[in-house]
Each structure stands twice: as structure tokens, then as C-alpha cells.
Design a protein. Structure first.
Length: 202
């Protein structure tokens, strides 16, 4: 499976029989698929902790040059992360993990800006949804949901009929719920929420 196969599935969903083989093709189908494929992929990935995209207990890199007036520690946002699910320190007791209160902010740097994670624990680790680009890793349900989302986005541009786009969006809404229901492992761990106002800093 690759992005073009997914796009061609999307095109077939709305009755378009002009397949794409490259995002650089000089066709309306190629231009629209190129415009919407990546944003649709990232949007759906960010919605849910898909088993193929979830990264667990990844050590964060501390920004030792940054000082924050409220939080004790500043960490760089993982380069491949789309959404942070939780921040912890990898310490657990029985079936209970400690998680920290945190904030994600944008910081100004010499070459622009970057995202940072603020929290009050040392040696922080993150669970997050990764920006998975390799379509071969997607589940079958995720692929179908992504194809319907792309179909909804390109439908008006190809057919001029908003009813086709509405139908595709409805099918996406149904399919993505099935995708979430059948995806991956379900965790059954309790967590203890940290409180930066009462938790002693390191």
C-alpha cells in the first residue's frame, strides 16, 4: 500500500476513473490529491492513539538553556510527534503509573520557533502519536477511513457536486469509528495525576 493507491481508492469512491501515479502529474486529480493527502493523514492520525502510530515512554530531550518562571523543566517537543498523550517519568507502582501536569508551548528561537514541553519532573518521558508516513504500516480500517476523508475533500473540485462530498464525509465518519473500535491494544492502567502546586519539585 502506498499514498497513490489510497488516493486512487478515494477517487474510485466518488466515481472518478482517472488514477494518479504521482503527485507531480499535471492532472486535476493529482493536484487535489497532493493538496489533501497529507493533511487528511495527519488529521486522522491525531484524532486517536492508533496502535501503529503510538510511541510509549520515549525519553525527552531537556533544553538546558531555557528557564521558565513556573515550571522546573523545559523539554524539546519530539520531532516526529503529532500529539502528546501524556508525560511521565517511567516510575510505576503495581498497576499505577505517575503522569505529570504539562503544557505545550511555542518558543522563539534564532531560526524561527519551536514547540516545547513544560513540566515539573526530571527525566521526563512521553507517550505520543507519531507522524507515521509509511502507508504500509496503516491498518486496513485506517486506510479505508483515510480514503473516504480524501474523497470528501476532493469531491467538489472533481465533480462540482457538494452532495457527493457530503456522502463521502458521512462514510468517513462511520468508517473512522469502526477503525477506532477495532484498532490495537486497549490499555487498562490506572494513572496518578500530578499537581504542580502540591508536588515537590526535584
Amino acid at each position: 500500500m502506498d499514498p497513490f493507491m489510497i488516493c486512487n481508492m478515494a477517487l474510485s469512491f466518488i466515481g472518478n476513473s482517472n488514477p494518479v501515479s504521482s503527485f507531480a502529474d499535471n492532472t486535476t486529480e493529482s493536484r487535489l490529491c497532493s493538496r489533501y493527502y497529507d493533511i487528511a493523514r495527519k488529521t486522522i492520525l491525531s484524532e486517536f492513539p492508533w496502535s501503529f502510530a503510538k510511541r510509549s515512554s520515549v525519553s525527552l530531550v531537556a533544553d538546558t538553556t531555557a528557564i521558565h518562571p513556573v515550571y522546573a523543566f523545559v523539554y524539546d517537543y519530539p520531532a516526529d510527534a503529532l500529539r502528546i498523550l501524556r508525560i511521565g517519568n517511567g516510575v510505576s507502582t503495581g498497576n499505577v503509573d505517575y503522569i505529570a501536569v504539562y503544557e505545550v508551548v511555542s518558543a522563539v528561537v534564532d531560526d524561527g520557533s519551536k514547540q516545547q514541553i513544560l513540566c515539573d519532573i526530571a527525566d521526563a518521558r512521553a507517550d505520543y502519536i507519531a507522524d507515521v508516513e509509511d502507508a504500509a504500516l496503516f491498518s486496513a480500517w485506517f486506510i479505508e477511513a483515510l480514503a473516504w476523508k480524501i474523497a470528501a475533500n476532493v469531491a467538489v473540485g472533481l465533480s462540482g457536486d457538494p452532495k457527493i462530498a457530503q456522502y463521502a464525509e458521512q462514510r468517513y465518519a462511520i468508517t473512522v469509528q469502526y477503525a477506532k473500535r477495532f484498532d490495537g491494544l486497549q490499555l487498562n492502567k490506572q494513572v496518578v495525576q500530578g499537581n504542580r502546586y502540591i508536588t515537590a519539585r526535584s
